[in-house]
Design a protein around this ligand. Structure first.
Ligand code: GLU
Length: 469
């Protein structure tokens, strides 16, 4: 069986956005699921708009998403001599020609065609002039005037267009650089690409590419054009719908495995299953299950998928990531073992790592920086509560085992002896150790904070209350 070879060829004129990442994922999954190869290629022929910064950022995003490539990254800017060879071949075999028309003249021809109700087209003025090379001349492909160009799309079925609808399109620009349609064909063919999955915004380019494949004597690959991602208003997803760049999602605290899961499911399905590990995706992926209709980007669903992945990740896995977010918030060098104990308490409560870092703040704050808002002190700490907390502080001091169970037993016993309800002390204890009225379960929180922090914080609170009196 033929080896499957796929590719992702972003232009480094912008960041990797969610649409591009999804296309990349489909190609990556197809290669991985079939034991094939996945190629990364940067289409940087537009030297004005391509930047090193965007190249680096795309590569960083690919690594972050875990989409490792088997070949590349190739750079089209380093392959100009290869394109030149194929341009010359087309010129020498009378399938392409030099054109001297100025941009203005071509614009006028396009307008004229438009007025006649035709596709805006170049009118072929230089087609039979036999012009030679001269600086500033573009090279155009001699599109056959008759017949039709057909290909079978993996998702959309047979696609055909009358050649008379197309024009003699440019394959080499005035500065000698190849156009997208030309370079992509030479690259895909010479790199042995067998399957091209890409957005259906490229559908109108494909007949031109098919013509070039034929003219260059290359075998056609399989094309599959996937429907674009829409915003909730059913318009093409764009910046005004919110964050688009993959790295922005990273910085907002999404897990790469969750973004991968969400993006793949957006345009591919497998029964009712919503949550997939990377391995499950690789095993289950197939082109047949790609959706033929447009799908809507739903930030709430992404949050849900992310929270599910957060819940299901081992805490050793999340702790270093949480550490990075805390670091950014100014808490440097938080101990990883401590974070591994904190993570399970926050997993059910956080939709993103950023939320988790917010929730983790009281755990990592120095004891003397926990603040006790005045209104909470007034509301929860009367003389009776203070007396109970003092007694509890004594009993905690004597505990050798500071486990959740022992803490719970100790407090329950105290309540029993005193004949008071847990409700009376639950919030005061919580406020003492967290400065807040909401936190994970109080006994697990105390256990994870550990004896020293709990004693310090109870002590600090009691000192604050007595000062306030
Ligand atoms: N550089 C093109 C793009 O970013 C590649 C399209 C293709 O997959 O052929 O849209």
């Amino acid at each position: 069986m033929q080896e499957i070879v796929t590719r992702f060829p972003p232009s480094p004129t912008g960041n990797l956005h969610v649409g591009g990442a999804r296309t990349a994922l489909f190609n990556w999954l197809l290669a991985r699921s079939q034991g094939g190869r996945f190629i990364l290629r940067l289409e940087d022929t537009d030297v004005q708009r391509s930047t090193q910064e965007m190249t680096d950022s795309i590569i960083e995003a690919m690594h972050w998403l875990g989409m490792e490539w088997d070949e590349g990254p190739y750079f089209q800017s380093q392959r100009f001599s290869i394109y030149r060879e194929y341009i010359n071949y087309l010129l020498n075999t009378d399938r392409a020609y030099y054109c001297q028309c100025s941009e203005k003249e071509v614009e006028a021809m396009r307008n004229e065609a438009w007025k006649k109700g035709e596709n805006p087209k170049y009118n072929g003025r230089c087609r039979d002039l036999g012009l030679d090379f001269a600086p500033g001349r573009v090279v155009r492909f001699k599109t056959p005037k008759q017949g039709e160009t057909m290909f079978r799309d993996l998702l959309k079925g047979v696609n055909s267009v009358e050649n008379s609808q197309l024009d003699d399109f440019v394959i080499s620009r005035a500065d000698g650089s190849p156009t997208y349609n030309f370079a992509v064909v030479v690259d895909d063919a010479t790199m042995g690409v067998t399957h091209i999955l890409r957005g259906d915004d490229h559908l109108s380019n494909t007949p031109k590419q098919v013509l070039l494949y034929t003219a260059l004597g290359f075998e056609l690959p399989n094309f599959g054009h996937v429907p674009m991602i829409m915003g909730p208003d059913k318009k093409k997803l764009s910046k005004r719908h919110g964050a688009l760049s993959v790295l922005e999602y990273r910085d907002a605290g999404y897990l790469p495995e969750a973004l991968v899961n969400y993006l793949v499911r957006l345009g591919w399905s497998y029964g009712d299953q919503e949550i997939f590990s990377r391995e499950e995706l690789v095993n289950a992926f197939s082109i047949e299950r790609l959706s033929k209709s447009a799908c809507v980007f739903d930030p709430e669903k992404l949050d849900w998928v992310n929270s599910r992945h957060i819940k299901e990740s081992p805490s050793q896995n999340l702790a270093p990531r949480l550490q990075a977010f805390l670091q950014e918030a100014g808490y440097s060098d938080v101990d990883l073992d401590y974070l591994e104990d904190i993570v399970p308490l926050l997993q059910p409560r956080a939709a993103t790592l950023r939320e988790m870092a917010d929730l983790a703040e009281f755990f990592v704050l120095p004891d003397d920086r926990i603040e006790y808002p005045r209104d909470l002190l007034d509301k929860y700490f009367d003389q009776e509560v203070v007396t109970h907390l003092n007694s509890l502080l004594q009993s905690f001091q004597n505990l050798e085992d500071f486990s959740q169970q022992t803490l719970e037993d100790t407090v329950r016993k105290y309540l029993e002896v005193q004949g008071i309800k847990f409700k009376k002390l639950a919030q005061p204890i919580r406020i003492a150790v967290t400065g807040k009225t909401a936190s994970p379960g109080i006994f697990e929180t105390l256990a994870v904070l550990g004896k020293q922090r709990v004693l310090n914080r109870l002590h600090n609170l009691l000192a604050t209350v007595s000062l306030a009196e």
